[in-house]
Design a protein around this ligand. Structure first.
Ligand code: BF8
Ligand code: SF4
Length: 630
C-alpha cells in the first residue's frame, strides 16, 4: 500500500498531448481544436435568452428589445429553454429504460437474453402486485416487462416506483402537483407547454421541469436500472482497472461506448468465447481486450470487471492510440467526430442503433432478436481488422489504476451489514451507515455525478472535489463519467483510504471499501434515490434532512439537467459547476436556487469556482448535521 499514488490531471494531459501528436501526423481533428473554433460562445445562447420556437424569430432579448415578437419576456424564454432541455434529458434516459424493458420482454430460456437475477424480478413483481406463485420465471419476466412498458403510456395515475419514496416525499410531490404521470406524458406535456403561445410563466415551467425530471429518475431511469439488473445481474463489488493503459497492444482491442448494456453485454460474451479467442490468435493477435468508454463502460465494469478506457472527453483518445480495432457504440454521448477520426486510422466505427446513426460508420443494427448473431459479426469484424493496424501509429499510454466497482444499493447494504453483523443478513438495512453518520465518523455523503465539459479543465473538478471531501470524512457515491474520473485517478482503489480523514479511513478499513463508491452509469442515479429513500426510512429523518448533497461539477448533457431536477425534487440540495443557461433571467435563477426549496425542501447552488463549490458543499453538510443535532 505504501507506494500508492494518484494519477494527476497533469499526467492525463501529458498522455493526451502525446496522442494528439499522433493525430497531427494523420491529419486528425480533436475536440481541443474544435473548442478553440467555437469560443467565445454566443452570449444570447449562453444566458438562455435566445428563442427560436416559432418562425417569427429567432428573438433575442436585449435592454432595447426586452420582449420577443410575441411579447414573451426573458423569464419566459429562459424557463421554456430550461424545460425543453430537461425534456430532452428525460426522454433520453427514459427511452433507454424502455429499450431495456423491451429486451426483458424478449427474454427466453434459449434466447439471446435471459433472466440473470430472478430474485430481483420476483421482488419487483410483488411490489407491483403481480402474482408470482407457481409462475414460470419467463412468463413473469414478460408480464413485468409489459407493465414496465405500460408505465410509459399509463392512462391514469402516477408512476409505480414513486411508492418507493418515503411517505413525506410522496406527499410533497402530490401537494406541489409534480408527481409524474405516464413517463411519455411528462415529456409531451413539456413540449406542449413550451410551444409558441403556451406557458410563459417561469414558475409553471420550472414546476413542470421538476415533474419531467421525476418521470426520469423515479420512472424511466429506475426502469433502466432495475430491469438491467434482472437481465444482467445486480452488481456486486468487483475489481477492475481504469485509464487508457487497459488497452493491450498485443491484443485485438474492442472498445464499447454508449449506454445500453444489451449491446455491450453481448459483445463481451462473444469476445470471451474460445472460438473468438482462437480466431484472434489465428489473425496474429495474442487475445482480445474489451474496454469501455462512458456509461456503457460503467455497466460492464460493474457486472463483469471489464476495464474502463476512459470517460466522455477521452473517447477520441482510444482511437488516437492507433490500437483500436473497433469502437462499437449504441446511444448517447457519442461524438460524431468518431467517424472521420476512425478514418484516419484503421479503426472500424460501428454504430448499432437506429437512435444514433452517424455518417462514416459501419451500421450493424442491433435488436434483441439478432443480438447474438450481430455481436459475433462485430467481434469478427474487429479481429479481421487487426492486420490493418499501422504499427508506427500505435502508442498506448502506460497509465492505469486499480479500482473496485459495483456498489449497487444492494451491495452497499450487504457490505456495511457484514461489518456490524457477524452473520450476513441478505435483507440488511442502511442502519450501519446511519450509525456512522450519527457518530460523526462519516460526516455525510456526496453523490458525485455527470460528465466532462471543456468549460472545466477535464476531470480536475471531479478529482479535486473528491479529494477534499474524503479528507473531510465525507464519503462519495459516484456514477457516470464522474465515477470514471475517480477510477482513472485511483480514488476507487481501496488504498485511497489513506487520503481520507481518520473517521472515513476507519470505515473503509473495516468495510474493506474504497472511499469513492462506484454506483454505476447515469441511469443508476436511480440507485442513489433508493439509497436516500431507505436512509430516510431507516433513520426517521426526511430525505432533505440527511447530510447528503448532489454534485455535477463538469456536467454537459440534457440528461444531467433532468437528473439535477429529480435529485432536487427528491429533497437533495444539488451543486452545479456549469450554469444551465439561466443567467439571463433573475426570476428563473432565483426560483431554481431558492424558490423550489419551498416546494421540495431542496434547491440548486450554481458555482463555477470549484474551490468555493466544495466549501459550500461541506458547509451545507455541516449545517444539516447541526440541524439534526448530531
Ligand atoms: O449518461 S456522465 S457524458 S456518458 S451524460 Fe454522457 Fe455525461 Fe458521461 Fe453517461 Ni451521463
Ligand atoms: Fe420570438 Fe415568441 Fe416566436 Fe419565441 S415564440 S421566436 S419569442 S415570437
Amino acid at each position: 500500500m505504501g507506494d500508492f499514488k494518484l494519477t494527476s490531471v497533469e499526467e492525463f494531459e501529458a498522455a493526451t498531448n502525446r496522442l494528439l501528436e499522433t493525430g497531427k501526423k494523420v491529419g486528425a481533428d480533436g475536440w481541443q481544436y474544435r473548442v478553440a473554433n467555437q469560443t467565445p460562445h454566443c452570449k444570447f445562447g449562453e444566458t438562455g435568452i435566445c428563442c427560436r420556437i416559432c418562425s417569427m424569430g429567432p428573438c433575442r432579448i436585449t435592454p432595447k428589445a426586452p420582449r420577443g415578437i410575441c411579447g414573451c419576456d426573458a423569464h419566459g424564454i429562459v424557463a421554456r429553454n430550461y424545460l425543453r432541455f430537461t425534456a430532452g434529458g428525460a426522454a433520453t434516459h427514459s427511452d433507454h429504460g424502455r429499450s431495456i424493458c423491451h429486451t426483458l420482454y424478449c427474454t427466453a430460456p434459449d434466447g439471446n437474453y435471459k433472466v440473470k437475477d430472478p430474485e430481483k424480478l420476483i421482488r419487483i413483481a410483488k411490489e407491483w402486485g403481480v402474482e408470482t406463485e407457481g409462475k414460470d420465471i419467463y412468463d413473469l419476466a414478460h408480464e413485468v416487462a409489459y407493465l414496465g412498458l405500460s408505465e410509459y403510456g399509463k392512462v391514469f395515475g402516477n408512476q409505480n416506483f414513486l411508492k418507493r419514496a418515503p411517505e413525506h416525499t410522496q406527499e410533497l410531490w402530490q401537494r406541489e402537483g409534480i408527481a409524474p404521470r405516464a413517463i411519455d406524458r411528462e415529456v409531451s406535456c413539456s413540449m406542449h407547454m413550451t410551444h409558441m403561445g403556451c406557458s410563459s410563466k417561469a414558475e409553471a415551467l420550472i414546476r413542470q421541469s421538476l415533474r419531467a425530471g421525476l418521470s426520469d429518475g423515479w420512472g424511466g431511469s429506475m426502469a433502466g436500472t432495475e430491469f438491467s439488473d434482472v437481465l444482467f445481474g445486480t452488481p456486486k463489488p468487483i475489481d477492475t482497472e481504469a485509464n487508457l493503459g487497459v488497452m493491450n497492444a498485443d491484443n485485438v482491442n474492442i472498445v464499447v461506448h454508449g449506454h445500453d448494456p444489451a449491446l455491450s453485454e453481448m459483445i463481451c460474451e462473444y469476445a470471451d468465447s474460445p472460438e473468438m479467442i482462437a480466431y484472434a490468435k489465428e489473425m496474429g493477435a495474442k487475445g482480445i481486450t474489451i474496454s469501455g468508454v462512458c456509461c456503457t463502460s460503467n455497466e460492464v465494469a460493474m457486472r463483469r470487471g471489464i476495464p474502463m478506457a476512459g470517460n466522455f472527453l477521452q473517447q477520441e483518445n482510444v482511437i488516437l492510440t492507433g490500437a483500436c480495432e473497433a469502437i462499437v457504440v449504441d446511444v448517447q454521448c457519442i461524438f460524431p467526430a468518431l467517424g472521420p477520426l476512425a478514418k484516419c486510422f484503421h479503426t472500424k466505427f460501428v454504430t448499432t442503433s437506429e437512435i444514433a446513426q452517424m455518417p462514416e460508420s459501419d451500421y450493424i443494427r442491433f435488436e434483441p432478436e439478432n443480438a447474438g448473431e450481430n455481436a459475433k459479426a462485430i467481434v469478427k469484424l474487429a479481429i479481421e481488422n487487426f492486420k490493418n493496424r499501422k504499427p508506427e501509429l500505435v502508442h498506448i499510454p502506460d497509465m492505469k489504476q486499480k479500482a473496485t466497482v459495483g456498489y449497487s444499493f444492494e451491495a452497499i447494504v450487504k457490505t456495511l451489514d457484514t461489518v456490524t453483523n457477524s452473520q450476513v443478513d441478505e435483507t440488511g438495512t442502511t442502519k450501519p451507515l446511519i450509525d456512522c453518520v450519527k457518530s460523526g465518523v462519516i460526516r455525510g455523503a456526496v453523490a458525485m455525478v455527470g460528465c466532462n465539459n471543456p468549460k472545466i479543465r477535464p476531470d480536475t473538478a471531479h478529482i479535486e472535489l473528491m479529494k477534499k471531501l474524503i479528507a473531510n470524512d465525507i464519503i462519495i457515491v459516484a456514477s457516470g463519467c464522474a465515477a470514471q474520473a475517480a477510477a482513472k485517478a485511483g480514488l476507487m482503489d481501496k488504498a485511497a483510504k489513506d487520503l481520507c480523514g481518520a473517521g472515513l479511513k476507519r470505515v473503509c478499513e473495516l468495510a474493506d471499501i474504497p472511499p469513492v463508491l462506484h454506483m454505476g452509469s447515469c441511469v443508476d442515479i436511480s440507485r442513489m434515490m433508493i439509497l436516500v429513500a431507505e436512509l430516510a426510512k431507516d433513520s426517521g429523518w426526511k430525505i432533505s434532512e440527511l447530510p447528503v448533497v448532489g454534485c455535477a461539477p463538469e456536467w454537459m448533457s440534457e440528461k444531467a439537467v433532468s437528473i439535477g431536477n429529480y435529485v432536487v425534487a427528491t429533497g437533495i440540495d444539488t451543486f452545479l459547476g456549469v450554469d444551465p443557461y439561466i443567467s439571463g433571467s433573475d426570476q428563473v435563477y432565483k426560483l431554481l436556487t431558492e424558490g423550489v426549496r419551498e416546494w421540495v425542501e431542496a434547491a440548486y447552488t450554481i458555482e463555477t469556482d470549484i474551490d468555493k463549490l466544495v466549501d459550500r458543499m461541506i458547509d451545507r453538510i455541516e449545517e444539516k448535521r447541526d440541524a439534526l443535532g448530531i
